[in-house]
Each structure stands twice: as structure tokens, then as C-alpha cells.
Design a protein around this ligand. Structure first.
Ligand SMILES: [Zn+2]
Length: 395
């Protein structure tokens, strides 16, 4: 489990930090410029980039070795992000390091909680950053460092929008968590799709129309701008791409939050998704955007669910859209467009809703095989729970 806490800092020698930030940004930029070849080859392998720029950065900057290593890593990450977006059919532009931020790790940052300060590497050796904390905040942070949590990658960021632009420590913390042990789980199935981005076995529908509409709109404007082919058109395309990305992530965050809230309201222990590897295979190439969106949504749900100890799993999605969740009859013809009507028992419902129930049931049946218990677990529905045996209990 990972967490980030923000601590405001004050420095006696702030000038050194300002200089360090400047040089760190330059080092990130040099790395990206080197990895981002004009011939279209983008290198994000850290070792390769290291060989290409490390010596030069040591000569050109006053950054100590470990900070150069972190700058190269940050540059590599930025290129990697772009390559992934390209793979998903999204537009990218060469990253520009404009924000005042430095990446730190155990070697370059020491937190001295008892002294309410940290020491960090700068171009002028180590300097102290004093914590600016109220007593409550102080107690709160101490809770995190009681031995369970360890410090991982952290950053120091300038908060430009605050008065006097103070620096903050964004302290990265992590701890090992055992997989949540559940002996009699309540499961909520989630089906992912294009028209309905997500449907839960508890009957919540999250429409994909907002994303689909925006996607279409962006594509149209982008096409027109590309025809123009001017430099300003190119810049507009870049900006639009970034805006689209932000807007998509916002939407997915909102939906993931709601899915986790729904799971909490229904006392769910496990949220079951289809295995995303299979989903990727199933989706046509021009729908790569959706595959990307599904993966983002899945990770957002997983992250948020973890915080409240709900586990998130993936199951094999084979036939989940063709099986009747009531009688088990499996036939392609059960499903016509958005409607599911069982040719055997006549059971009828929205097809993605049917699939979401099957996904939840598959998780339970799979678990049942490896368990000697009978009646193991239950599926969360709109107004009650269903045992894999078919017994429904209203709630
Ligand atoms: Zn049926």
C-alpha cells in the first residue's frame, strides 16, 4: 500500500534549493531530448539513457550522482508515458519540464521526524528543511512513521500558487499488506464496455457516452487541424491532447470513486472485473482508447478499494456475456444488441447487467472449487445477495 503525505518546509538556504531545482529540471530535459530522437525512435530504457547522458550531466551540472540518477529516471518515465499513449492510439508531444520539482530517494533525503525536519542533497551539499507543522499535523505524520511505513520515492515541489511559493515535501510512504483474507466474501461483479463504461451486479450503470462524445469531438477537431498543417495548428493539437487526457482521467476518477462507494454501501468484500488481458484481445484496434480507459478505471478502483480493505480481482471473461445468470444456459443467441433474453428459461435483462452478474458468480465458483465449504460466498445484487447455489436473500 502506498501513500503520500505533504509537509510544508522552510529553508535557511533556500537559494541552494532554487538552484538545485533549476539544474534538476535541466537534467530531466537533457535526458528527454536525448531519448526523443527526431527519427521517431524513443528510448526510455534507463540503462541506455544513463550511458547516453550521465557523464555529460555530471560535468554540466553541480548535481551529485544520486540526483542525476533520479533525473534520468524521471526523464525515462516521461518518455515511457508517451510511448504508452502512442501504443494506445493517443497523440503525444515531447515532455517539457516546467514545474519546480525534484525527485528524492533514501540516499538523497533523510527524514528526522523527532527533530521536525528533513535533510536533502543540493548542489551545495546537504541542507535542512524545517517542517512547518501544527501540533495536530505533527502527530498525524508521526503515526505514519511508526515502523510499519517506510519511505520510498519522494519529491520536493514548489507550490507556486501559494503566497511566497513555499516548498513542500511530498513524502512517499509504503507498507507491505497481506492480501485481504476473506472466508465468506460478498462479491460485486463489474462489466466493462463501450456504451456502458461499467455496469455493476448491484444494478449501477455508468454510461460511456460522455467519454465517447468527447473522444469523437476531439478527433474531429484534430482532423481539421491536421489538414491545416501549420505550426500553430500543431501546438493546438498538443494542448488539446493534454486537455483530453486530463478530462478523461477526471471522469474515470469520478466513476471509480462511485463504484467503490457502491461496493462499500453493499458491504462488498471483493470487486470482480474481467481479466483485462482478454478484454484487450477482444477489442478492435480502433478502440484502443477504450482499452486504455478500462485499465485506468481498473487501477483507480483498485487503489481506492484498497484504502478501505476491499479486494479487487480479475476473472476469465469467457462467455460471461452469453451465459444466462439464472439457469446457466449458454448460447450466442441469448444476446441481441443490448438485450439479454435466455432462450431456455426466458429470463430477460440488460445484457451488460447480465454479464456483470456472471463475472461476480465466476469469481465465487472459482473460489468454491478450492474450498471445502459449501455455500461459500455470495453475489451482491441490487436488493439482496445471491448464493452460487441460486438461493436469494433480500437485504
Ligand atoms: Zn436461462
Amino acid at each position: 500500500m502506498k501513500r503520500t503525505v505533504q509537509i510544508k518546509l522552510s529553508f535557511e538556504d533556500r537559494e541552494y534549493l532554487d538552484q538545485t531545482v533549476k539544474q534538476f529540471k535541466e537534467a530531466c530535459q537533457v535526458t528527454v531530448n536525448e531519448g526523443w530522437n527526431s527519427n521517431g525512435l524513443k528510448t526510455y530504457n534507463r540503462n541506455k539513457l544513463h550511458h547516453m547522458v550521465y557523464e555529460r550531466l555530471r560535468e554540466r551540472t553541480d548535481l551529485q550522482a544520486n540526483l542525476v540518477v533520479r533525473a534520468i529516471a524521471r526523464g525515462a518515465e516521461a518518455i515511457k508515458g508517451c510511448v504508452e499513449r502512442l501504443k494506445n492510439g493517443l497523440k503525444v508531444s515531447k515532455p517539457n519540464f516546467t514545474s519546480d520539482s525534484i525527485a528524492y530517494d533514501k540516499r538523497t533525503l533523510t527524514v528526522k521526524l523527532d527533530e521536525n525536519k528533513c535533510t536533502i542533497s543540493t548542489i551545495n551539499g546537504r541542507i535542512d528543511g524545517d517542517f512547518v507543522l501544527s501540533k495536530d499535523e505533527n502527530d498525524y505524520y508521526k503515526k505514519y512513521l511508526n515502523g510499519e511505513w517506510s519511505i520510498t520515492h519522494s519529491t520536493i515541489e514548489k507550490h507556486e500558487y501559494e503566497r511566497n511559493s513555499p516548498y513542500y515535501l511530498h513524502l512517499g510512504l509504503e507498507k507491505e499488506v497481506e492480501d485481504i483474507d476473506i472466508t465468506d466474501p460478498t462479491v460485486m461483479g463489474v462489466d466493462l464496455g463501450i456504451n456502458n463504461l461499467a455496469v455493476t451486479s448491484t444494478g449501477k450503470f455508468y454510461s460511456g457516452s460522455e467519454l465517447n462524445y468527447k473522444r469523437k469531438m476531439y478527433e474531429e477537431i484534430r482532423g481539421k487541424l491536421q489538414e491545416k498543417g501549420t505550426r500553430s495548428a500543431y501546438l493546438t493539437i498538443q494542448q488539446m491532447g493534454e486537455r483530453e487526457n486530463r478530462s478523461t482521467c477526471d471522469t474515470l476518477h469520478r466513476i471509480s470513486k462511485d463504484i467503490v462507494k457502491e461496493a462499500k454501501n453493499k458491504d462488498v468484500d471483493v470487486i470482480a472485473f474481467e481479466n483485462l488481458k482478454y478484454v484487450r484481445k477482444r477489442m478492435p484496434k480502433e478502440k484502443q482508447f477504450h482499452t486504455w480507459a478500462f485499465e485506468k478505471l481498473y487501477h483507480y478502483v483498485k487503489y481506492k478499494a484498497r484504502e478501505i480493505e476491499i479486494s479487487v480481482k480479475q476473472v476469465d471473461p469467457e462467455n460471461t456475456s452469453r451465459i444466462c445468470n439464472r439457469c446457466g444456459h449458454t448460447e450466442k443467441g441469448n444476446r441481441t444488441n443490448g438485450r439479454f433474453k435466455c432462450r431456455e428459461c426466458g429470463y430477460e435483462l440488460q445484457s451488460d447487467y447480465n454479464a456483470s452478474k456472471n463475472i461476480g458468480l465466476r469469481f465465487l465458483r472459482r473460489e468454491q472449487k478450492s474450498s471445502v465449504r459449501t455455500g461459500y460466498g455470495q453475489l451482491a445484487l441490487k436488493s439482496g445477495v445471491l448464493k452460487p447455489s441460486g438461493k436469494f436473500t433480500p437485504r
